[in-house]
Design a protein around this ligand. Structure first.
Ligand SMILES: Nc1ncnc2c1ncn2[C@@H]1O[C@H](COP(=O)(O)OP(=O)(O)OP(=O)(O)O)[C@@H](O)[C@H]1O
Ligand SMILES: O=C(O)c1ccc[n+]([C@@H]2O[C@H](COP(=O)([O-])O)[C@@H](O)[C@H]2O)c1
Length: 225
């Protein structure tokens, strides 16, 4: 854990996402907010069951790709709170669980322009702003606005524009088009190793491991005997 040298409260960013797969748009957004807000840590939190998405790759694959993508940055970490909790993923629970781990810290929730504009549809949205300060970042193709949000609850930030989406990465892999340099190298290799996003890939589920959804962890356990 990185502690501030002057004894002030730790400042922690939360980057929630489905990360199916994680790409450089996510990483740049987290890095920029971390730099500009002087964050001590950014916790990436892969969703368990993202209730507003139809079908997603089993959570263990998304979790492991997130670990691979963030491993080199000492300020980045990955939390399993949304995966372990089970049931639909609500940011209210994410923030409550994380805050319980470190109640003294100052918390910031990072979202792209698309997610920020949908925030009023999130569960118990009014309570969210008491748990974290929201940081909305620009994303190509979306309008960044805090019009619907309570005054002072969010800061809007311009970050380097990366027109990358997980949807596009999945389509590219399915069509045999490379995703090199859109996602970290280790993630390209992970996708190839487990045949993700191709026909016959681990069954998409609502987040958790599905009937045909063997995961990297299953495989490691099998190998270990
Ligand atoms: N290129 C990007 N630039 C800035 N923010 C981004 C970018 N891509 C995603 N985000 C933000 O990262 C968070 C997690 O996004 P998510 O994991 O849903 O990725 P996605 O690319 O939007 O996925 P999908 O295409 O499957 O909907 C959201 O707050 C989203 O707005
Ligand atoms: O709390 C909610 O109801 C809610 C609804 C949709 C999305 N979110 C959160 O928004 C973040 C980005 O989600 P997504 O689906 O765009 O990957 C992630 O942390 C989700 O848990 C949260």
């Amino acid at each position: 854990m990185i502690r501030p040298p002057d004894g002030r409260r730790r400042r922690i960013g939360v980057m929630g996402g489905t990360f199916d797969p994680i790409h450089h748009g996510h990483l740049v957004a987290a890095s920029e907010v971390s730099h500009l807000f002087g964050l001590d840590e950014v916790v990436f939190v892969p969703t368990g069951q993202p209730w507003q998405k139809e079908s997603v790759t089993p959570a263990e694959h998304r979790y492991l790709m997130t670990v691979i993508a963030t491993a080199a940055n000492p300020r980045f970490s990955v939390s399993r709170v949304d995966i372990e909790r089970g049931g639909p993923t609500y940011t209210l629970d994410t923030l409550r669980d994380l805050r319980a781990q470190e109640p003294e810290a100052e918390w910031f929730f990072i979202t792209g322009a698309d997610a920020l504009s949908a925030i009023m549809s999130w569960k118990d949205v009014d309570q969210l702003f008491e748990l974290a300060h929201f940081v909305g970042v620009t994303r190509p193709g979306y309008q960044l606005t805090d019009r619907a949000l309570p005054n002072g609850s969010a800061t809007l930030l311009e970050v380097p524009a990366l027109a990358i989406s997980s949807t596009d990465c999945r389509r590219r892999v399915a069509g045999g088009v490379p995703v090199w340099y859109l996602v970290p190298d280790g993630v390209v290799q992970y996708i190839a190793k487990y045949g993700l996003y191709r026909e016959g890939a681990p069954a998409p589920t609502n987040g958790m491991v599905g009937p045909a959804g063997g995961t990297a962890q299953d495989e490691q356990q099998e190998e270990a005997g």
